[in-house]
Each structure stands twice: as structure tokens, then as C-alpha cells.
Design a protein around this ligand. Structure first.
Ligand SMILES: [Fe+2]
Length: 288
């Protein structure tokens, strides 16, 4: 990480002022109470893999992203996510980054939830970092994630525990503010492993270097966060692939499907409109 990517005085000053205007979360509390954070939804998807896939049984993956702990997000939405995870009990939990807004110390508002989230997944929890984490200095965020029992992947891969050892979670550094390397990310997966590609934003596809994955997961876009009823977004996320693949499922002829989540919290202002927060539950099955 270079200093220019993590240390932006004008951004930090603006965010400090905004934090004061938002009364350090009180405005977000009102927003949540009156429906301004939307209602958390569980989105269910299925992927059928080829006969070569070594799955002893269907694998249920939970994916949540963009928490934005801080003045823009009321922690009640983290309670909603925890309740949903305890109901769903995915085998493994993937976390897509942007744990904080405005200040890395805001991860303290999320730490207890991270530990509780990780405990809902018997095969563990795996995380990548987002642009807001890099901007605010990611070291305390990485420390909090690790203390909560979350495996943080920065251009790295980890095999799931038995009986899913043939599945690797491959997590790339943030596509634009980090130092992403798909070569390094996938090098850590065992030959022939089924590769889950975890990236903060869909722009992780931009950095693939022709490499293949089996199923991809991204956040960052918030589904626009503020959209018309038609789904048309008032604000478009940064990054060409983030604008093209702003939320939902995308199937490609030459690679695995990509799932883009609307995320959990709010960035910038404590408001979501027609872009409800979501927990993705994705079930992978091997062809019989
Ligand atoms: Fe975000």
C-alpha cells in the first residue's frame, strides 16, 4: 500500500466534518428507525458445477459486504445480519470489505459482530479489504478481523477445512486502492482446486490476467445505494466493471458466474433507497 492511496488529507477532513454533521451516528439511528437503511434480505442463488468438482455434498456459502461501521451506518443493521446468519447457518462465510467509514477505529463498532458472524460458519470466515479500509489505514481493521477469527486474504488463498479441502477461497487486494495480483492470489490454491474468487469490487475481473475462477463474489457497488423504484441508480460506483455489473448475478462464457452484492451498510450518507441490504446464500452443487 502506498502512502498516496491511504493518506488523503482532503478526504479525511471532509469525512471528519461529515461525521460531526451526522452526530457520530445519531442521524443513522433515526434513519434506521424510519426505514432509511432498507430491510435486510436473504438472496438465494444456486450454482451447478461440472462433474469434476469434488464436493462431498452441496456447499452453502454466505456472502456479506460493505458494512461501513461508523457515523453512516446504524449498528442495528449488523444485528439484522447476525440474526439472518444464525437462521441460515452457511457452511462458510465470505466478507467483501469496506468494514468502516471515515476512520479505521470505527471497526470497534463492528468487532463483536465479526466474531459472532464467524461463529455461524463451521468452515470459517474469510475476508478481503475494500477501498474504505485502505483509505483509512487497514492495519487496525485487519487486526480486528483476525482477532474475531476471520482469515484475511490479501492476494492470497486458503483451502477450506475437511471435507471441503478441494475448495480454495482466493482473495485479491482491493482492485483500485490496493496492490492487486491475481497471479499471487491464485498461486496459493492447490492445483485442481475449485476456486472461489473473493474481491471487493467487480473490478477484480479487470485484474484477472486471463486466469479462471469457478465462482466470484464482489461488493462495493451498494446497488447504487440510492436508486429509483425501477432500479435505476442515482449514483454510479467508481470502476468500469462496477458500473457494468452493479448488482446481481452475471454469467460469463469463459469464466465462472459473478455475484455482486448490494452490501449491508451505508456509505457517505446514512440512507439506502430501493437498494436493500442483503445477505447472499449461494449453494454450490456438483453435477451428479
Ligand atoms: Fe462500500
Amino acid at each position: 500500500m502506498t502512502k498516496s492511496k491511504s493518506h488523503r488529507p482532503i478526504r479525511h477532513l471532509t469525512e471528519r466534518v461529515l461525521g460531526l454533521v451526522l452526530m457520530n451516528g445519531r442521524v443513522a439511528g433515526l434513519s434506521y428507525r424510519f426505514g432509511g437503511h432498507g430491510r435486510l434480505k436473504v438472496v438465494r442463488e444456486e450454482v451447478t458445477l461440472g462433474t469434476a468438482a469434488q464436493l462431498p455434498r452441496p456447499l452453502r456459502i454466505g456472502f456479506a459486504s460493505d458494512f461501513h461501521a461508523g457515523p453512516t451506518t446504524d449498528p442495528a443493521i449488523f444485528d439484522d445480519l447476525l440474526a439472518a446468519l444464525r437462521r441460515e447457518r452457511p457452511d462458510v462465510l465470505l466478507l467483501g470489505g469496506d468494514y468502516v467509514s471515515f476512520d479505521a477505529a470505527n471497526v470497534d463498532r463492528l468487532s463483536a459482530y465479526l466474531a459472532a458472524y464467524a461463529q455461524t460458519a463451521p468452515l470459517g470466515a474469510y475476508a478481503v479489504l475494500g477501498n474504505h479500509d485502505v483509505w483509512n489505514g487497514s492495519a487496525p481493521i485487519v487486526a480486528a478481523l483476525r482477532a474475531a477469527g476471520v482469515n484475511v486474504l490479501v492476494n492470497g488463498a486458503a483451502a477450506l477445512p475437511a471435507p471441503f479441502g478441494a475448495v480454495s477461497v482466493c482473495g485479491i487486494d482491493d482492485p483500485w486502492t490496493g496492490a492487486p495480483s491475481a497471479q499471487a492470489t491464485f498461486a496459493g490454491s492447490a492445483p485442481g482446486a475449485l476456486r472461489l474468487y473473493l474481491m471487493h469490487s467487480p473490478d477484480g475481473l479487470w485484474h484477472l490476467d486471463g486466469l479462471r475462477y469457478d465462482v466470484g463474489f464482489a461488493g462495493h457497488t451498494h446497488g447504487g445505494q440510492i436508486a429509483r423504484r425501477s432500479g435505476a441508480q442515482l449514483f454510479r460506483p467508481s470502476g468500469p466493471y462496477s458500473r457494468r455489473y452493479s448488482f446481481g448475478r452475471f454469467d460469463f462464457p469463459d469464466n465462472g458466474p459473478l455475484f455482486v452484492s448490494r452490501g449491508i451498510g451505508c456509505a457517505g450518507i446514512p440512507l439506502r433507497l430501493n437498494a436493500d441490504p442483503e445477505l447472499l446464500i449461494c449453494t454450490l452443487r456438483a453435477t451428479a
